[in-house]
Design a protein around this ligand. Structure first.
Ligand code: 13P
Ligand code: SF4
Length: 368
């Protein structure tokens, strides 16, 4: 069914003006000293040491570019061991990060679950700030680093904790589900979190006739189409996925009727209506692994197609390229810098973290 209501910052007369989500906080480097910058020269030794990494990305990174990346990749992998650190990377990270320095890669749900299992003392989050916050919520005693604190998200920036309180005042008793693409401050105000992998399951788990689902209006519309629960939505959108159009998808199909098109549920409904499959980034990857289509279009962030193509070169990709500027703030250079200096460290006020952690853990503990 269609969503039952759509609200945004301008819909509450009593909303204080000029509110924005709390700025990401970071603290000075801790007691461990900064390490000296290693040599980043392209040498025969670097070529040898990184040959297995190049093997993984040779279909998406031209040989001419490898000497520019390989010395930093080698330095990161050595430093990771020296520091006792683990690197978590989202599926939207560039292939040289995702396939060459990450220890664990995945979608938002997989990264949150993996964060609960990490043994290392230091986590370097290659993704956006809300992902690093989620890792910190689940690992309050570990050092969680994000190589660039400016790696935000248009969804996380669309809503504040105060907005959630206003929604609750206007819909008393209605439970609130927050997409993980929100700040810790918002997570602290809601009943449970969800990701695009489990959104319908989370909404239905509440056993309520109506649910407030925030902040992604399009994911909310997708969930509403899959459940009888009435969905009250927030007006947020992902700046990457909202740019795709149904007309664009129809033009791919007209050019080659045999092409398969798969899309992320953060896309508008006219886009999803044209897709052969809709799912989270992990669900999309599994779909491609199982089906092995001859020609494929992935309607999501650019690097996903590169990461899948690196693994499955026989699948021919048409690559419409909508970049997430926030994900692309993370680079090999600033991952190295982060490991050398142990910055920027993500911190969350402990009282707020305790409330936000409940919402994330409630999601993770849901049985499949
Ligand atoms: P998933 O990887 O959970 O599908 O999320 C996509 C996304 O946009 C993350 O920022
Ligand atoms: Fe946020 Fe969209 Fe970028 Fe994901 S792709 S981090 S939802 S802006």
């Amino acid at each position: 069914m269609p969503i039952s209501g759509l609200y945004g910052p301008d819909d509450f007369a009593n909303r204080p003006q000029g509110q924005t989500t709390a700025a990401p906080r970071s603290v000075p480097a801790g007691s461990r000293p900064a390490l000296p910058m290693p040599s980043l020269e392209w040498t025969p030794e670097v070529e040898r040491a990184t040959a297995p990494h190049y093997e993984r990305v040779k279909h998406v990174i031209p040989p001419i570019e490898w000497p520019l990346m390989a010395p930093t990749i080698k330095a990161i992998n050595e430093l990771k061991r020296a520091r006792g650190a683990v690197i978590l990377a989202h599926n939207y990270q560039a292939p040289e990060i995702f396939h060459c320095v990450a220890d664990i890669g995945g979608d938002s749900l997989q990264l949150a679950v993996e964060a609960t299992r990490v043994k290392a003392d230091i986590i370097v989050q290659c993704g956006v700030h809300f992902m690093a916050e989620t890792s910190k919520l689940l690992n309050p005693d570990k050092t969680v680093l994000i190589p660039d604190t400016r790696a935000g998200c248009s969804l996380a920036a669309s809503i504040t904790g105060a907005d959630v309180r206003l929604l609750r005042e206007n819909f008393p008793g209605v439970p609130v589900v927050a997409y993980v693409n929100t700040s810790a401050e918002v997570k602290a105000e809601v009943d449970i979190c969800c990701t695009s992998s489990n959104a319908v399951q989370v909404v239905e788990s509440l056993g309520a006739p109506s649910v407030i689902f925030l902040p992604d209006r399009y994911l909310a519309t997708y969930v509403a189409s899959k459940t009888d629960v009435k969905i009250i939505a927030w007006k947020g959108a992902c700046e990457v996925h909202e740019r795709f159009t149904g007309a664009e998808l129809r033009s791919y199909r007209e050019a080659d009727p045999s092409v398969q098109i798969i899309a992320h549920p953060e896309c508008p409904p006219d886009v999803l209506a044209e897709a052969d499959f809709t799912g989270s980034t992990a669900h999309m990857i599994n779909w491609v692994r199982e089906r092995r289509p001859r020609r494929l279009v992935m309607i999501t962030e650019c690097s996903m197609a590169d990461n899948v193509r690196a693994e499955l070169p026989d699948v021919e990709m048409l690559r419409p390229c909508n970049i997430c500027p926030h994900m692309k703030r993370i680079t090999l250079a600033n991952i190295l810098e982060s490991l050398l200096t142990l910055r920027e460290e993500v911190t969350i006020d402990p009282a707020l973290a305790q409330r936000a952690r409940r919402s994330v853990e409630r999601m993770i503990n849901l049985k499949n």
